[in-house]
Design a protein around this ligand. Structure first.
Ligand SMILES: Nc1nc2c(ncn2[C@@H]2O[C@H](COP(=O)(O)OP(=O)(O)O)[C@@H](O)[C@H]2O)c(=O)[nH]1
Ligand SMILES: [Mg+2]
Length: 220
């Protein structure tokens, strides 16, 4: 009887669990974003916004009404990016975080029209583009929904989300290195203030559910 009751209880309280990978260059705001998401889904916790460069990984599971999201924040320094691919085959969604103040507005302008750019305003656009392409090209990410977050939108020197979308993301997704057709979205956010974080989590939840046939969740 005990086992039957326990089994029923476990069945009634178990939920589907989906894994989300936070990727992006170092300093993009991945760890800050994880802290905001954790704080938003717990009643007691304040976000720890004093992040230090991530060595290894931070992982956190948040409980939503109809699912668990297990969020993996893996270090984004060059030396750690090689580890990302070992997480691809078991993830259900990818969040690619971009530092909107570090991709050089002038570089974006140059991409859209080759003349008339200001040489001073260069950031890590090219590195960001190559890293995103690499993620999309890997066969283990095929069909996985990708959310691109234009982070640090609270800063005055940030590049607007439409420019990032048109000048960078669209080019990568539609270019020959864009990989397979997949569900994707670009959203503005500020991991520091928390603006846009709820929308990001909502997008992820709806997409992992839609993609359940292709990438089934685990139960816990
Ligand atoms: N102004 C601003 N700063 C941010 C934002 N997100 C992260 N940061 C800062 O950027 C730095 C790197 O953040 P961190 O989360 O450690 O980046 P990670 O290397 O991608 O994990 C820290 O100083 C953060 O406080 C944001 O939305 N706005
Ligand atoms: Mg980090």
């Amino acid at each position: 009887m005990y086992h039957l009751m326990k089994g029923l209880y476990m069945y009634a309280t178990s939920k589907e669990e989906f894994s989300v990978l936070l990727l992006g260059l170092d300093n993009a705001g991945k760890t800050t974003l994880l802290e905001q998401i954790k704080a938003a889904h717990s009643t007691t916790q304040h976000p720890n916004l004093k992040t230090v460069p991530t060595v290894g990984q931070n992982v956190s599971t948040i409980s939503l009404p109809d699912m668990y999201l297990k969020i993996w924040d893996i270090g984004g320094q060059h030396s750690l990016r090689g580890l990302w691919q070992s997480y691809y085959s078991s993830c259900h969604a990818i969040v690619f975080v971009i530092d909107s103040t570090d991709i050089g507005d002038a570089e974006l302008a140059k991409l859209s029209s080759p003349d008339g750019h200001n040489e001073d305003d260069f950031g890590r656009l090219e590195e960001c583009k190559l890293v995103l392409e690499d993620v999309l090209l890997n066969q283990d990410t095929e069909g996985v929904p990708v959310l691109v977050l234009a982070n640090k939108q609270d800063r005055e020197d940030c590049v607007e989300v439409v420019r990032i979308k048109e000048g960078l993301v669209r080019k990568v997704f539609e270019g020959e290195k864009g990989g397979s057709v997949r569900d994707s979205r670009v959203l503005p956010c500020s991991a520091l203030t928390g603006t846009g974080v709820t929308e990001a989590v909502e997008w992820l939840c709806s997409r992992v559910k839609w993609n359940k046939e292709a990438r089934p969740p685990t139960m816990r």
